[in-house]
Ligand binder design. Structure first.
Ligand code: ZN
Length: 325
């Protein structure tokens, strides 16, 4: 898979341009709150400033996170009405949905299906938190017997799911109650949501109240110790406010889950794009080794490295499987 297939550079750069304008408009004058590392609660130290947001790194667990962060209400306003959010939901989605379905959602549905099988959870009800356009739900329902359910607070997106005959709970997770959910064992999933969360620990605490003993939570997010993010750092297009606030990593996820009393079953980095992202951003690389590697490595060598990066836990795309004990 290539980055261009799922994030065409012209459309993605226009989105980033709009987002940059929006950061000033929606967050410039907003009050900001200080906090410690979202994983281990150690005090962070300044890494860099980007578009008016300060990113810190944790000296203990190496998480990368925005601190201070604007109050939550500013994000709600941003996600519901900003031009860049609208662009993402309309133009970006339309132009890329076909490729993303094939390249991202079909393989992801297979991956989740296999993962559920590994933990005797094939009969669990799947609940997709922040299910958006319902692409994952559409794909996973082809592979499972129980109909998946989507939790999606956006009215427009909830309508899109309903049109696809996907059951929707049109609420923020904070407002969801046990009665909204099906009876019996459940597997909650969320994709590329965790890095956006204003308060990851609060999100997990809330989710825990909806889980019964033995229920699973499987999620994907960005790992801040992944190769392309480490190499490109503040120049990384993944490290972009106001969207991405939390970059945990396989080690810091362990710490966070232990703190919250969730049992980690596995943490993997199935990402496939690290090296391709470096190729596409080669002019921004400052490290000599990576400059040389990207300029001179053969395609076969690049592929070899990507496999090694993913398998050893150092890709920037991470998957976590945990269970309520
Ligand atoms: Zn930490």
């Amino acid at each position: 898979m290539k980055e261009e297939e799922i994030r065409p550079v012209k459309i993605f750069d226009e989105y980033l341009r709009l987002a940059k304008e929006d950061t000033e408009r929606y967050f410039g004058a907003e009050e900001r709150e200080y906090s410690d590392c979202p994983a281990c609660k150690t005090k962070g130290s300044l890494a860099f400033e980007k578009h008016g947001f300060f990113y810190e790194t944790c000296p203990n667990c190496f998480s990368l996170f925005v601190n201070p962060r604007p109050v939550e209400s500013a994000f709600v306003k941003y996600y519901t009405e900003s031009p860049s959010s609208k662009y993402w939901a309309s133009t970006f989605y339309k132009e890329t949905s076909k490729a993303r379905r094939e390249k991202l959602w079909k393989p992801k549905a297979k991956l989740i299906c296999n993962t559920l099988g590994r933990y005797d959870a094939s009969q669990h009800s799947i609940i997709d938190i922040g299910g958006g356009f319902g692409l994952f739900a559409e794909e996973i329902r082809e592979l499972t017997t129980k109909a998946p359910i989507v939790i999606e607070p956006g009215p427009h997106l909830a309508d899109v799911c309903r049109e696809k005959l996907i059951p929707v709970i049109e609420k923020f997770l904070e407002q969801v109650g046990i009665d909204d959910l099906p009876f019996g064992p459940k597997a909650f999933v969320s994709f590329e949501l965790f890095e956006h969360l204003h308060n990851p620990a609060a999100f997990l605490e809330k989710l825990k109240t909806l889980m019964e003993s033995g229920d699973l939570f499987i999620f994907t997010t960005l790992s801040g110790t992944g190769v392309d993010i480490q190499v490109l750092w503040e120049e990384s297009k993944s490290v972009t406010p106001p969207h991405h606030l939390n970059f945990l990593n396989p080690r810091s996820i362990e710490i966070l889950m232990a703190r919250l009393g969730l049992e980690v079953l596995e943490i993997t980095t199935p990402g496939k794009l690290d090296i391709d992202i470096l190729v596409n951003n080669h002019s921004l690389i400052k490290d000599r080794f990576w400059q040389t590697f990207i300029a001179k490595a053969t395609e076969a060598e690049k592929e070899q490295w990507q496999v090694m990066i993913s398998e050893s836990g150092w890709s920037s795309h991470m998957m976590v499987v945990c269970r309520k004990p």
